[in-house]
Write a protein that binds this ligand. Sequence first.
Ligand code: THU
Length: 144
Amino acid sequence: MNAEPVSLGGLDDAWRSLLAAAQEARGRAYTPYSRFAVGAAVRGGSGRIYTGANIENASSGLTVCAERVAVWKAIFESEQTLDALALITETGATPCGACRQVLSEFAADLPILVADTQGRVWMTSLAALLPDAFPRVSYAETDQ
Ligand code: THU
């Protein structure tokens, strides 16, 4: 995995509270199909935390990942940037490719903590997970 293992006990208060928020959010996932619950928490530039969990659908492609639920909430509440993400799953999975691109819209780089449900924790970053994100484009400056 493109992430460094870190010790749960060594996390500072900011990471601890972000992880606790993600853990709580995971309990609210709607996953009758996969039974794979994901909890996410992002910290916005204001310092506020926004949480999300995956919400599945009988029409599978309409499922929304935990990360995107959290990001939509943060941006809708007027956050301009994202400063950190914590994600927890049974397996310690990193964000999917689509979510990486969505995160890149609001953060040039972003420290990302991933955790599993056994207390294992890893640190990575958006730059490490998505080195060549599709860049933000100012359409006003492009030739039509
Ligand atoms: N899922 C997420 O919530 N985040 C990811 O980054 C990858 C996958 C969800 C979608 C689906 O509900 C379940 O995990 C299994 O793919």
